[in-house]
Design a protein around this ligand. Sequence first.
Ligand code: PRP
Length: 178
Amino acid sequence: MHYDIEKILYSEQAIQQKVEELGKKISRDYKDKNPILISILKGGVVFLADIMRAVSIPIEIEFMGVASYGNSTKSTGVVQITKDCNIDISNRHVLIIEDIVDTGLSLNYILRYLQGKNPLSLNICVLLDKVDTHEPDIEMAYKAFDVPDEFIVGYGLDYDEKYRNLPYIGILKKEIYQ
Ligand code: PRP
């Protein structure tokens, strides 16, 4: 385990098992629908890379960049699109692939934005849900794990751009960011 990590929440093996499950479910639900999987940069890329290979039906992928935190550990409440979705999603089935829902600000913004482009359907596939930090009104069609209100890193998630490449999901030691 990395020295800066307090505790591993989900091992590489536990993540892969869950990804396989979600991949099978997505494949069943989107059969013959040729969905577009939109990954939210940067945290969502590792999850997308695994989910897309766990899906057995034809899919397309796209990326969107949204910044809400800057280099701070708390949400600023300001959501900014740093990379737009460049393909026409009107009349297409869209599945957003996101790493974590914390305050829910990013996802709510993205949902409203993409809904405005008239997709045939719009659903969310989330790796981690910080259940205690957002209103319970965000409908997540696919979710891997719930996490406590701690600083979570690994498997795409960073602190100050570090730890994204850890193969597991863990809690960062407080002394690293306090
Ligand atoms: C993180 C994470 C989510 C968002 C969740 O992104 O990837 O997109 O914050 O927080 P919220 O629910 O409070 O809006 P961040 O802006 O840190 O960018 P990154 O993915 O590039 O690390």
